[in-house]
Structures are given as structure tokens and as C-alpha cells.
Design a protein around this ligand. Sequence first.
Ligand code: ADP
Ligand code: MG
Length: 699
Amino acid sequence: MVWNKFFNPRAVAVVGASDSEGKVGYSVLKNLIEYKHPRNIYPINPKSETVQGLKSYRSLLEAPDGIDLAIIIIPSQFILPVFEDCGKKAIQTIVVISAGFKETGIEGAKLEDDLVKKAKELGIRFIGPNCLGIIDTHSRLNASFSAGVPPAGNIAFFSQSGALCTAVLDWAMGEKIGFSKFISIGNKADVTEIDMLEMLKDDADSDVILGYIEGVTDGVKFMQKAKEVSQKKPLVILKAGSTASGAKAASSHTGTLAGSQKAFDAAFKQANIIKAESVEDLFDFALAFSYQPIPKGPHLTIITNAGGPGIMAADACEKSTLKMAKLSKKTVDKLRESLPPVAALYNPVDVIGDARADRYKNAIETVIEDKGVDGILVLLTPQEMTDVEDIARIIGDLSLRSNKPILASFLGENAVKKGIEILNEKRVPNYSFPEHAIRAFEAMVKYEQDIKRPSLRPKRFKVNKKKVKDVFDSVRKIGNFDIGESEAREIISAYGFSLPKSVLAETSEDAVSIANKIGYPVVLKVSSPDILHKSDVGGVKVGLQNDKEVRDAFQQIMINSKRFMPGSHINGIFVQEMARGGKEVILGVTRDPQFGPMIMFGLGGIYVEVLKDVSFRIAPICEHDARAMITEINSFPLLKGVRGEKAADIDAIKNSLLRLSQLVIDFSEIIEGDINPLLVKSKDEGAIAIDVRFTIKEE
Ligand code: ADP
Ligand code: MG
């Protein structure tokens, strides 16, 4: 297995090993030597007989056989021939630590491309270039220029940034947090984050995976792999760098509101990736997942020796998706027996400032038995009589015996330091603030819910695909890539959307007779390929009740359109059935360069770009995604109905989102589009697409 050769090589060659302290070639060799293990290490250096006391070789070709891994630290322009040598020595795994590649400009990028080509040719896999190297604490390999090695443990970390690797390493060493592997993937010219997911998914030493990424090589593959990983173990990722030249002028609301960060957020949700918003999150979540069992539900109990922190924690819990557990009568009675009369027996359980270890012990033991409790957060503030270390030991011992998670937040600095060390030894994660503990607990609960949810296949509706293809063919023929009302209506109608009756009128008398056929009230709206937002130019008149109003509206729209958009081509004016009641929502599609088609949902109307209260998912979406898109917007309560209002037809929205998803998957030429508004009626009454537009690729 290739990964085995990377992380547990029989023998390692260090190309560019050095005797001069301060050089990377010095540190790497020193690290390899110091992290004691039985494997052979061969320094390669044309200028000396020995390096750091080891026999050195002038080139790889002169070194003994049986080398599994070559680590390269020489200047970038000299590396290609070393790859050739690796080929000759049957070395197929390489870590290129050297910088001077893509990150430096065009010439560097060319060097990097050459390496990739050579590697392909020779069947070589390589990590880097421009990276810190790799560490495996279980096979005892430190092939990096790190400033030390963390204790062995079950957390794996891969990172696109070497600097972040250093920071995480420092934290791990400082806090004595156990790690399994550290992989700095650098420019990820060959081995990418997708390989990391693949490898770590099956890595028996790693129970929790942390990642830092700035971008992905293949969005769809990334999601797929990440989802497979999450199903087996928690995957926590910090994504940095938000905008990838998403600044191109968008011709739809959806295009304006989308962007690479939105796409990543959506992808993370769909792949059940636990999103870290900061390095702090990364640490906090890592500890919780690494040390504690995953809670079976969201019900948390807080045990504290001080009122204030207890309330802070309860507030944070209230604001999160967690629930404060309601303790059973039996639990409360039992607590009453063992705690002083002034203690608070309900969640948060306050064992009072003078509590010593025995009181904490009684409280935790009692609460943890309660079936309604899924996890415990133990808070402590150090008072004069608080036996911090004993309490830490008690919490640790109880936690080791329990299959419910226990998190701690010992507040303070000097007085709690020893206690925190004990907690850490006994694998109870401690958080400097209760809010952080709550966030970590929430991440665990969410993870459990995500992976328990059955994976649904995107639903396929029966649609008229041929019809849509014909529409695209015909608009392409006339070079029309912005598809307005008439054709756009045909497209979504073929995909099962309901539309208001709508007929194009060329004269005001036309309009009157159409209005009479449709039935009053009607809406008039301008039809012009040059007018994107019709109401902005006074091109829409709603609620017209009679012939006279239609005639006047017709004239007015003509005048407005010509005044606001001089020279625009006007096909005529649509006379449209007026839909009444209901709520306006927006459905949209856009294409992300990394992840492909994305679906958007939000409350519609003219404020959508101001409020930005929208949700995104990568297409194809499943029923679960569609429902989550609807419920996660802030204004969802408006759709559920407020003050005695009837609820909107959520199922109709859900199906509309699924149909739209099917459409963009079926037709890759669609780049962007909005249905704004989709008018959603009350429950069971359906939804009507009032206004639609699409942009298609020019090809
Ligand atoms: P645009 O978005 O280009 O300005 P729309 O067709 O979306 O034009 O019309 C603007 C607004 O007018 C809609 O958001 C909706 O509130 C209202 N409207 C348009 N057509 C109808 C209709 N057939 N029934 C009810 N309301 C309509
Ligand atoms: Mg509109």
C-alpha cells in the first residue's frame, strides 16, 4: 500500500540532508534520527562522507536498496533529476518539502507541472511541494522540520498551510493532546486533500480527522469522499480564504447572492462535514470528539459550583440547538438527599461555592443515571476550599466509566491549571469558557444526527425533457442566451411547475380581449429581452380590474419602458392571470466553479438582495436537503404562519426545489436563473411560478 510507504517506510532517504544547524535539511534529518525507531536513514549529500553522524551517499543511486520514502529538501530546480533517480531505485513515495514552485509564480508553476508529469510517468506519488513534511506518531516517523512531536493519539490533521501545521503542533505539544498523523500537503501538486480523506478514512490509528483547506481540487469528489469519511468518523474542517474571483457581474439575484463561501458551506452540510469557524473551533471540537463518546441526543445538564457561570452556560445552551435536560423527579429527589439545602436541584444543578469533590461526585453520579440526560457539562470556579485536583480526578474517573459525554469548564488560570492537566490525562476535554464547551457539545450532537439520517437519492420527477431541449436549441439558434419570460415559462412548465395563464399582446385592444378571456383581475408586464427587472422600469402593473385599466396600463408600460430603457426591443406586453394570496419566495440556480450547479432558496420579492436571508445546496439535492434549505432561513417562521395565519405549502416549495435541481442537472447549459417570485399558497394549495429567467452558456 502506498500510504504505508509514506507513513511507515522501512528505510528513508533524505535528499539534501545537512550538517548546518538552521537549515531545513538539518532539522528534517535530526527529527528523523531523534524520533527513535528501527528504520534505516540514508542522508544524501554529494559533499560529505557523513551527515549528523550517519554515513552519507553522494546520490540516491549510490544508497542501499529497499528505500520506501525519499524526502527532498534541495532547491526546486534540481528536483526533477532526483525524481528520475527515485524511478531507478524503485522509490515510489516522495515528500517534497522544498518551496519555489507554484507559490512563486509562472516559472515555479512550470517546475511543479514537470514534477507532476514525471511522477505520473514513473508511477510515483508525492506529497508537497512547499510543505512542512509528515509525522506519524504510531510508526514513529517524523519526516518534517517541525519543532517537536505531539504525543501519540487518535487525531489526524492534514493541512494546506504549513504555518497552521506548526500552530496545531504547538498546541498539541503544549496541551499534551494525542495525534496520530500530521500531514502538511503544501501545494498538493499530486497528493491532495481528497487522497487524505481516502487514506484517513481507513486509517485505524485515526478516530477523528481535522483538516485545514483553502480550496479543493475537485468539489464533487471532495463531497463524495468527505461524506464517506463522516459516516465512519468525525471530519472537522476549517476552510479559509473566501472569495475566488467570484466578482463577475451576475445577471440574476441568485448569482449576486452566491459565491465560493456559500458553495463550501452548502457542500459541508451535504457531506456531513463538521465546520470549524476558527482555529479555536478546530481544537475545541477535536478534543470533544477525541476524548468523549458521542451523545445520543441534545439534552445537556450543567453542574456548577457558581450561579453566574451556570447561567451563562444555560444561556448559551438556550441559544444553540441543544436542550437543557429536564431532570426526572427521581433524580431531583436523590440530589436533594446528597446536596445541601441551599443547592439548586434543577438544571443547572448548583452544588454551591463550598462544594468539594464528594459533592461533585454525588451530583454527577446521580445526574448521569437520568434517562433524560444525554451529556453533562461540569463547571468549576476555584474558591478557597475547592479541591480542584480531587474534583478533576473524580470527573475523570466517572467519565471513564460512563458512556455519556462529560465536558468540563474550569474557569480561571493558576488555581485550575493542575486540575485541567488531570482532566486532560483522563480524557475529559476542558474549555476555558462554558460557551466553547456548549459549541463542542452541539457539534457532537449535530454530527450524530447527520450520520444517522438515511441518505436519500435525489427524487426524479416525470418531466418533459425533450421539450426543454427544443427550447434551448431554438434560443441558441437565434443567439439568445438570456432567456426571458416566454421561453423560460415553457422550460419550467415542462418540469412540472404551475404558471399563471399568460398571453402576449401587441396592442392595447389585443390586451383587452385577452384579459376578458383570462378573467379579471389581470397583470400586465412588459416582454423585452433587454429588460431584466421589469418592475424597476415601471413595466409591471398588477390588479387591473377592467378594460379601461388594461388599456391605460398598456400605454403606461409602453411609455415607461421606452423612457427608462430607450432603444430596448419590446416584443409586446404579457397579459397574465393575477395570482392572489400566498407568500413570495425565490428559487434560484447558479454554477459554482468548484462544485457545479447550486440551488438557492429564500423569501422572495424586492428585498432578497438586501436581507440576504437565503440558503444554498449543491445540486442534485435530496428531499432532506430541500427541507433543510427551507427551514434554515431566518424568516422560516413567516412560512409556518404567524398570528393565526395559515402555514404556507412547504411541500410545494420542497418539490419545486427538487424539480429545479433536476432541471439543472439535466441541462448543464443553464448557468444562472431565478424563479422570483414563486407564489406559495396555503398548505395543500400549491405554488405558482410568477416570474422566471435563465441564462445559458454561449457555445
Ligand atoms: P420583475 O421581477 O421583473 O420586476 P415580476 O414578474 O416578478 O417582474 O413582477 C413583479 C412583482 O409583481 C412580483 O414580484 C409579484 O409581486 C407581482 N406579480 C407579477 N405578476 C403577477 C401575477 N401574475 N400575479 C400576482 N402577482 C404578480
Ligand atoms: Mg420577479
